[in-house]
Design a protein around this ligand. Structure first.
Ligand code: SAH
Length: 324
């Protein structure tokens, strides 16, 4: 077993984030996954008037904790309970069309994971839930109990990259039939364990890990949200502004990698007599060729850092924007 999960959320790769965002005193920055405000506090500490941090999280409890953590930086931040998928309209409402840096630190915060009331854990006998935003309609229990066996198998395979997805879905379906709805994380974890052959169970960590990841991604629409966010983020960056994203598994990281690559290869070929759509959408200069990983010392201190993959890019200054 690795080090136990701390009860406090420790931000991941803070120095790297500050470096890649190139935080400057009077800039406008967005932390689109504020969480407990760890990165936000480090950014606020670098700001001076009229610099501002706009913090977004869809979890009311996270916002409350972040508000307390940032209390000493009054006047330098604004916090909003929204989904980062609404970034464009939210900036419009606040009166900002372009910002200097945007951070996205994906995944779940330590406090969401460890709070029994939030239902993320397969170790405890707590109601399966996993909604990061408690305004979402369906939690993990609804998915597990309402999806058809093939849909459940597909979901576990796609979002969990679980090779035993079909066997797990079968076992769930049989259990539901016999015992009624599955209620707790521990109950589901036991069903998963029984579905995976003993030899395969011996490697790859807890046998329920991949299925739980899949349910979490589906409940919170995590991949769709990232896809909706990326183009909005780039189009609201000022030329020279930076975007920095920390992903925690390959499905997330792949979306970021492909999007960054596509935007870094795009060249303006708009007809000169029409408004240039590339200058509105934005092209990127990559700042990281490969994803940056945390140093071994950080991983030893913070288990959540173990799977972190950071990528950063800068919005290009287009020739048309320079007035040439
Ligand atoms: N960087 C933070 C930790 C972020 S944890 C810190 O240093 O404290 C990830 C956070 O992203 C969680 O609080 C989660 O609620 C939030 N989140 C995930 N998806 C979101 C979405 N679509 N919109 C807004 N917040 C989201």
């Amino acid at each position: 077993m690795g080090a136990p999960m701390p009860e406090k959320h420790i931000p991941v790769m803070v120095d790297e984030v500050l470096h890649y965002l190139n935080c400057r005193g009077s800039g406008i920055y967005v932390d689109a996954t504020l969480g407990d405000g760890g990165h936000a506090a480090a950014i606020c500490a670098r700001l001076e008037h009229p610099g501002l941090l706009i913090g977004i999280d869809w979890d009311d409890e996270a916002l409350e904790r972040a508000g307390r953590r940032l209390a000493g930086f009054a006047g330098r931040f604004r916090l909003l309970q929204r989904s980062y998928t609404e970034l464009g309209s939210l900036l419009g409402e606040l009166g900002y069309s372009r910002v200097d840096g945007i951070l996205l630190d994906l995944g779940v915060s330590t406090l969401q994971l460890t709070d029994p009331a939030r239902g993320f854990s397969f170790r405890r006998d707590e109601r399966l839930d996993m909604r990061m935003d408690r305004r979402l309609e369906k939690g993990a229990a609804e998915l597990v109990n309402e999806l058809s066996e093939p849909s459940l198998a597909g979901l576990i395979f796609r979002y969990g990259e679980e090779r035993w997805a079909r066997r797990i879905a079968r076992r769930v379906a049989v259990y539901r039939e016999r015992e009624g709805p599955i209620r707790s994380g521990a109950e589901l974890a036991e069903i998963i364990k029984e579905a995976i052959p003993a030899a395969a169970r011996r490697k790859g960590g807890h046998p329920a890990r991949r299925t739980f990841q899949a349910l979490r991604i589906a409940v919170n629409r995590e991949l769709e949200n990232i896809e909706a966010f990326l183009p909005q983020a780039v189009s609201h960056l000022a030329p020279g502004g930076r975007i920095c994203i920390i992903a925690y598994h390959s499905l997330e990281d792949r979306l970021v990698k492909h999007f960054f690559r596509e935007r870094s290869r795009r060249r303006c070929s708009c007809p000169p007599d029409l408004p240039c759509s590339c200058s509105e959408e934005g092209t990127l200069q990559l700042l990281t060729r490969k994803a940056v990983r945390p140093a071994a010392e950080e991983i030893a201190l913070n288990p959540r850092a173990r799977s972190a993959l950071l990528r950063a890019a800068e919005r290009r200054v287009l020739i048309t924007e320079e007035g040439a």
